[in-house]
Design a protein around this ligand. Structure first.
Ligand SMILES: [Fe+2]
Ligand SMILES: [Fe+2]
Length: 338
């Protein structure tokens, strides 16, 4: 670089300018390159960590007893937009009500009978159930079940941090009064619904999806061809519109039948997998990952990936991706390998 150019760039910087040539991209063909790599978390490590947290971390210290699946290439979070955590709530424990810009979901991995209170409705939650606490909804929870509950917390908090729209408000009431009857959402948001219930927000209404129904759907759909890249896929749809789970994320259950091998593809959505049942192997980029029940792994955007169920039983994933976000801004692309 000439002295004259160096001096000119210094002058620009002193006036808060930057020359286009100072960015190294140039007018050449480009494809997305994720700034973080695939990552695999062993379930036995995750569950040992939360057990240990149960011994040494009180709710007085932490407000939530949560272990984050922290992708080491990122400052925080599991992907650039999403985070998956494991939370433990012992019997007799509760969390005070609050609301925040981040949208959140829960997938229950152990225990039955805790209560999640969202916008005045109390939802009973148990193993395999899935529940949403959309952006800016009041939520608290309590566990009077007599057993320890473990659930996955999925949030779009990394996206919120990226956008710097991080509103957060503790509830002055501490605990929400339950003002809706038991089963209110289930009876007003199904295929048979009152005429006055309409979508009036980009956010879906809070909803709980029961494992019993999920399992029934999986067994009924098990003979269908399914998706060549993911096997049998069920999306936890917005109950009012049939759209994605939340505006920022799609949450799904995938089932790979015994011996099933998917085709390889890549897309601009990043995906987090949690192995709810079964064992098998996934190929992400040029690496091979063997997984079993309780494991999690992440497929960053634009990495080719495929999965194999190597066991004799069905494998079931709980999956989160940021495809709705990519769709909303026209950035979703998908490509088959070969
Ligand atoms: Fe929260
Ligand atoms: Fe995929």
């Amino acid at each position: 670089m000439s002295d004259a150019l160096k001096a000119f760039e210094g002058e620009l910087q002193s006036k808060s300018f930057k020359g286009y040539w100072q960015n190294q991209q140039g007018d050449v063909a480009r494809q997305p390159v994720a700034s973080y790599e695939p990552c695999h978390w062993k379930g036995k490590d995750l569950f040992a960590a939360i057990e240990k947290a149960g011994e040494v971390v009180g709710l007085d210290l932490s407000f939530r007893r949560v272990i984050q699946l922290w992708n080491p290439a990122l400052k925080n979070g599991t992907t650039r937009t999403l985070v998956l955590n494991l939370q433990m709530l012992k019997s007799g424990e509760e969390a005070l009500s609050h609301r925040h810009m981040a949208g959140a979901v829960r997938f229950i991995v152990k225990g039955h009978g805790a209560r999640l209170i969202v916008e005045g409705e109390s939802f009973e939650i148990g193993e395999g159930d899935f529940a949403t606490t959309p952006s800016w909804t009041w939520h608290d929870h309590e566990n009077n079940s007599g057993q320890t509950m473990l659930w996955l917390d999925g949030l779009d908090a990394p996206l919120v941090r990226l956008l710097e729209t991080d509103f957060h408000e503790p509830d002055p009431r501490k605990k929400q009064p339950v003002i809706k009857p038991e089963g209110y959402a289930a009876s007003t948001l199904g295929a048979l619904r009152p005429s006055w219930v309409r979508q009036n927000s980009i956010q879906p209404p809070a909803f709980a999806y029961k494992w019993e129904a999920t399992e029934k759907a999986l067994s009924r759909l098990g003979e269908q061809p399914g998706d060549p890249y993911d096997g049998i896929v069920l999306e936890y749809a917005n109950p009012l519109t049939g759209g994605p789970t939340l505006p920022t994320m799609s949450c799904q259950i995938h089932m790979l039948r015994s011996g099933e091998k998917t085709k390889s593809h890549r897309h601009t959505a990043s995906t987090i997998y949690y192995v709810h049942r079964g064992s098998g192997v996934s190929y992400i980029g040029d690496k091979r990952y063997e997984w079993e029940q309780g494991d999690s792994f992440v497929v960053p955007l634009w990495y080719f990936h495929r999965h194999e169920n190597t066991s004799k039983d069905p494998a079931i994933f709980f999956v989160m991706n940021d495809k709705p976000l990519m769709d909303a801004i026209g950035h979703y692309r998908e490509e088959a390998e070969g």
